[in-house]
Design a protein around this ligand. Structure first.
Ligand code: NAD
Length: 290
């Protein structure tokens, strides 16, 4: 397939590399001038999109996605598909899809989970919004870049699934960390805490698969000095998007709102920036009730 790839950062570059390794013809563009071995380099986003059957974007946020879409949609071939894999707000995803449809183009929002490791290994999970037809076009590419692609419904639903999942993740990670900190103060060993909770009703992915306490449970960023992993600032971004969506949809999300406040303080006022999001545990450990 002839593919345009716009945004070759931490995630985009390894995703593009996997498509090239699978034999696809990739033309890449990134404002930072980054290139990927084996990809043709375009001088602009529009040039990368010209003549492509699928144009993939992997960009920082919704405002940049809207700008790039405004530039590339007029350049795209009739019937081509814009496949946005960035994590952006639901409204931007839906606005871009509407503009694409008006131009006779397909559009999918397909944010990912799995991080940089998953991008490199080709084991991402894609949460996809858009038409069946566009999904079918992109499916072979999902199969190369990822291990799973879930079609969640019409445009915007991929982003909706992503931010709802990550709102649960942020809240459960905080709950797991504050419970560990309490258990420590009550004299419970971390091993006992893990053994009980991981097999009781408090279990979750945060406890069982990504335990925030070092030396306990499976290997996780806690065992590596809280080097990300999934950085606290990325969790902050996703919690911000979920609150933005909750506001727009008039949904009551008090735990998500509190998780956003805590991660904002952790990243902006404390030492959370550049640390894994599970480093909330040493944060709680260091604090008392006030
Ligand atoms: P990144 O900052 O490393 O990459 C973004 C790239 O986009 C940069 O190289 C930047 O130069 C480029 N860019 C910015 N504006 C551009 C423009 N107008 N035209 C062309 N290129 C432009 O970020 P990343 O970690 O690769 O994340 C990309 C997206 O994936 C984000 O939306 C992020 O939330 C999401 N995501 C990241 C992870 C992760 O672990 N890093 C996990 C899941 C989802």
């Amino acid at each position: 397939m002839k593919i345009g790839f716009i945004g070759l950062g931490n995630m985009g570059a390894p995703m593009a590399a996997n498509l090239i390794a699978a034999g696809h013809e990739v033309t890449g563009f990134d404002v930072a001038g980054v290139t990927v071995p084996g990809a043709a380099q375009a001088g602009s986003a529009a040039e990368a999109a010209t003549g492509a059957e699928v144009v993939i974007t992997m960009l920082p946020n919704g405002a940049i996605l809207r700008d790039v879409a405004a530039e590339i949609l007029p350049a795209m071939a009739p019937g081509a598909v814009l496949l946005d894999c960035s994590t952006v707000d639901v409204e931007s995803a839906r606005a871009v899809a509407e503009r694409a449809a008006a131009a006779g183009l397909g559009a999918l929002d397909a944010p990912v989970s799995g991080g940089i490791g998953g991008a490199a290994a080709g084991t991402l999970t894609f949460m996809v919004g858009g038409s069946e037809e566009a999904f079918a076009t992109a499916k072979p590419l999902f199969d190369i870049m990822g291990q799973k692609a879930v079609h969640c419904g019409p445009s915007g639903n991929g982003q909706a699934a992503k931010i709802c999942n990550n709102m649960i993740l942020g809240v459960t990670m905080i709950a797991t960390c504050e419970a560990f900190a309490l258990a420590d103060k009550l004299g419970l060993s971390r091993e006992a805490m893990f053994d009980v909770v991981s097999t009781s009703s408090g279990y979750s992915w945060s406890m069982n698969a990504y335990c925030p306490a070092p030396g306990v449970g499976p290997q996780s960023p806690a065992d590596n000095g809280y080097k990300p992993g999934f950085a606290a600032e990325l969790m902050l971004k996703d919690l911000g998007l979920s609150q933005q969506a909750a506001e727009a949809a008039d949904a009551d999300t008090p735990m998500g709102a509190r998780a956003l406040e805590l991660y904002r303080a952790f990243v902006e006022d404390e030492d959370g920036r550049g640390r894994d999001f599970s480093a909330m545990l040493p944060r709680f450990e260091a604090r008392g009730r006030d």
